[in-house]
Design a protein around this ligand. Structure first.
Ligand SMILES: [Zn+2]
Length: 340
């Protein structure tokens, strides 16, 4: 088959590779129904995270099981499945505590920007549907694998509550999913910091009630105005830069909580400031597996349509253009069609 390989910054190729096969008795092989490009794929694409040789790309996936190893018990060939980008056994103490993304056997999914992929730890990672979903459900189900799961975790970690005030820092795909999640959790006021008209429109569709275009200190001041000088009790940091983290801390009220899911690049904290700021913080890679059954259920019931976040659809063979479009911010998120 062909698959997506990143050779270095800006260098993505769709080229012939060996077909994936069962390597461990806990593996499954799936035929992807669709794949996509993650905002985090742009870190190595932009040369902002070091890369150790050519890498098989892709960690967001859904599709049909075609083979399983001898120890796999919960999924079988022919079933439609969605899995988390963090591979987990779902049985260790961290998994049972709801933090599958810190599983003692944790691995990160790779190789999903391809027609077929190997999923290690299949039993603990994959969730099957009872029926084969309709084709128009695929983008929404694919979104639960990472981007929605991560936005949901940001809202969950930020302790979003019914009737609450929420600020979302970042209008990328994860930030938009954070808005949708906060809305599903019943937040009354959802303020997103965004200066892109197309993203503001989508944010409104997902449940944002206010848009703040100012950034930095100005953005913080604007939100403090809107909240009578108090700040928000729940803040979702969905970028991972020093400036966005300052904004998140700046708009959070004392005793409030920041859920941060943007992988930090160049973010530092002063211990004493942190002490006197008196904000809760919880971040890290999202334990999507904890939320997957619920999120898939919401999608299949038609309660949410997270797949609207895909504003560019390309055949898998044009994956390089998909990266370019996201890098140049011509696209929020690229869905890759699997035709092979
Ligand atoms: Zn585990």
């Amino acid at each position: 088959m062909h698959a997506t390989i990143m050779y270095g910054p800006g260098e993505v190729r769709y080229e012939r590779v060996a077909d994936p096969s069962i390597e461990k008795p806990t593996d499954a092989i799936i035929k992807l129904s669709a794949s996509c490009i993650c905002g985090s794929d742009l870190w190595p694409y932009r040369g902002l995270s070091p890369q150790d040789g050519p890498a098989h790309m892709g960690h967001e996936y859904c599709g049909v099981v075609v083979a399983v190893g001898s120890e796999v018990k919960t999924v079988k060939p022919g079933q439609f499945v969605v899995g988390s980008f963090c591979l987990s056994d779902n049985t260790c103490p961290h998994c049972r505590f709801g933090f599958q993304s810190s599983c003692v056997q944790r691995e990160f999914m790779t190789g999903a920007q391809a027609p077929y992929a190997r999923v290690p730890l299949a039993d603990g990672t994959l969730v099957a549907t009872t029926e084969m979903p309709d084709a128009d459900m695929i983008p929404h189900l694919l979104a639960t694998s990472d981007v929605l799961g991560t936005g949901w975790y940001a809202a969950d970690a930020a302790q979003v509550r019914e009737g609450g005030t929420v600020v979302v820092v970042g209008d990328g795909a994860v930030g938009l999913m954070g808005v949708l999640s906060a809305s599903q959790m019943g937040a009354e006021r959802i303020i997103i910091m965004s200066r892109h008209a197309d993203r503001q429109k989508l944010a409104r569709e997902f449940g944002a009630t206010h848009i703040v275009e100012e950034r930095g200190d100005e953005g913080v001041a604007r939100i403090m105005d809107m909240t009578e000088g108090v700040g928000a009790e729940s803040v979702l940091e969905c970028v991972g830069m020093d400036e966005s983290m300052r904004q998140a801390i700046g708009v959070c009220r004392p005793g409030g909580t920041i859920g941060y899911v943007g992988v930090p690049h160049g973010v530092t904290f002063d211990g004493q400031k942190l002490f006197f700021w008196q904000r809760r913080m919880l971040g890290g890679p999202a334990p999507v597996r904890r939320f997957l059954p619920d999120l898939m259920d919401r999608v299949l019931k038609g309660a949410i349509q997270p797949g609207k976040v895909f504003d560019l659809v390309l055949p898998l063979a044009q994956v390089a253009e998909g990266y370019k479009a996201m890098d140049e911010r011509r696209a929020i998120k690229t869905l890759l069609r699997v035709d092979e």
